[in-house]
Design a protein around this ligand. Structure first.
Ligand code: SF4
Length: 447
């Protein structure tokens, strides 16, 4: 890390889960899922289904997704997803009640699937996994071109409570610069259809730091989004990561680009706060008047997550696991094809092992709580780990305090980031990675 005169660089790594997938490795013993889940609580599980298909590859995207799908591939993918769901449900057993508290379909673009294929996905989720989609929050990601009336009708009918649409910008030249060409009129029409579908929560994703974006054009996109009164808005800084279309054109810019993104961030944050939104994290803003959303508000620290699909992760207390991972299109295609041919879904193949009360579990707890605007009650940490976060991470917390990243005015017993700390979330998160995780991430060969 370079802590120069101006402090650490603000954009290093978006930490939405710890450890990152690039720290995962093959488990030599291929643990049996039934054993991994045997001692877990199963009364408030989350389900995540991953659909790795998109119409285009956006210039900034390093998610695990492929462009298009040849004839028959989605059918084979759903066949595999169904086999996986059956195997995982069996692994959960029936010795105690199995209940899901929430579900999400992500990607990729889940609405790349046709209306009929989405029906099938919902059927698999309900009949094979046992998730009651009409009784729990269900969040689904979509895109302007695929948010068609028939697909939205299926999702609304099956219980979707939140639709999240990646708009990124309402300015057509910026959309082209981000390699995500789209017409403003098509975006507006998609938002119209989403609102007409009557799903309670609309989230709009926007990006700042696009080439050619100015304070004025950024404000224009924010206002265009606000016109739809979305319940949630996510503001993402642009990254130019290796192997993405933008990353191939140009490396990450230097200090000037960092300053530009920080400036856009502050403008966006202040604009939304002035218009009745509350900040939940560096990226997430929620309209204060919007009804609470149960599991969407839920910071999953201890409960299990079941991932279905080849890019999805699953979490137990002791194991995080998934399948192989890539950014390069050829590699992604071969991993998706391999997933569709998989017969045995009863074992964890690739992942990371954690001691339930060990150092990595503590780091994960601290990271995932501290990056939320509401902060972390130290009593909860103590209850779980038998120590105060200051005992475990004194040096790191002192350093954050010295950088002005901690809220010195937070009530006793609450560890909370200052506005500058939140702004520097993508610098602060990586500071809490363990040496072992750093080494694994550093040794990961991007493909
Ligand atoms: S940003 Fe979204 S729509 Fe674009 S390629 Fe990535 S997953 Fe697909």
């Amino acid at each position: 890390m370079s802590a120069g005169q101006d402090g650490p660089r603000p954009y290093r790594n978006y930490v939405y889960a710890y450890p990152h997938k690039t720290a995962y490795r093959r488990f030599p013993d291929r643990p049996v899922l039934r054993e991994l889940w045997a001692w877990e609580r199963k009364d408030a599980l989350s389900l995540y289904a991953h659909l790795p298909f998109c119409e285009v590859r956006c210039g900034f995207c390093n998610l695990f997704t492929r462009v298009g799908a040849p004839e028959g591939l989605i059918g084979r993918y759903l066949d595999a997803l169904e086999r996986q769901a059956v195997a995982v449900r069996e692994a959960l057993g029936d010795a105690e009640p199995v209940r899901f508290a929430g579900a999400a379909f992500g990607g990729g673009t889940p609405t790349f699937l046709t209306a009929g294929e989405l029906e099938r996905l919902c059927d698999i989720t309900e009949k094979r996994m046992g998730v009651d989609l009409t009784a729990v929050p269900l969040s689904v990601e979509t895109s302007p071109a695929t948010a068609t009336g028939d697909r939205l009708a299926v999702l609304a009918d099956r219980g979707a409570t939140r639709l999240s649409i990646g708009v990124q910008t309402f300015v057509e030249e910026e959309a082209r610069a981000a390699v995500r060409p789209q017409r403003r009129a098509d975006v507006e029409a998609a938002l119209e259809r989403i609102r007409a579908a009557g799903v309670p929560v609309l989230n709009i994703d926007l990006i700042y730091g696009i080439d050619g974006q100015t304070a004025r054009s950024w404000r224009h996109s924010l206002d265009a989004a606000l016109a739809w009164e979305p319940e949630e808005l996510y503001l993402y800084p642009l990254y130019k990561r290796p192997l993405t279309p933008l990353g191939r054109r140009a490396a990450e810019g230097g200090a000037a680009w960092d300053a530009e993104r920080l400036g856009r961030y502050r403008e966006g944050r202040d604009h939304l706060l002035a218009r009745g939104y509350e900040q939940r994290s560096m990226r997430m803003f929620r309209r204060a008047a919007a009804p609470p959303q149960g599991a969407d508000d839920y910071a999953c620290q201890t409960d299990g997550m079941i991932g279905l699909g080849c890019g999805a992760r699953s979490y137990t207390t002791t194991h995080h696991y998934s399948f192989d991972y890539a950014v390069n299109m050829t590699e992604i295609r071969s991993i998706v094809d391999a997933y569709t041919r998989t017969a045995d879904f009863g074992r964890a193949e690739i992942g990371f092992r954690l001691e339930p009360s060990g150092d990595e579990a503590r780091r994960r707890h601290l990271l995932q709580s501290l990056l939320q605007a509401e902060g972390m009650e130290t009593a909860g940490y103590r209850e779980r780990f038998g120590a105060d976060p200051g005992e475990d991470f004194g040096a790191e917390l002192d350093r954050f305090a010295a950088l002005g990243w901690l809220d010195a005015g937070a009530p006793a017993g609450l560890l909370r980031l200052s506005p500058e700390g939140l702004a520097h979330s993508d610098a602060l998160g990586p500071e809490l990675f363990s040496p072992a995780v750093r080494e694994l991430m550093g040794g990961y060969e991007a493909k």
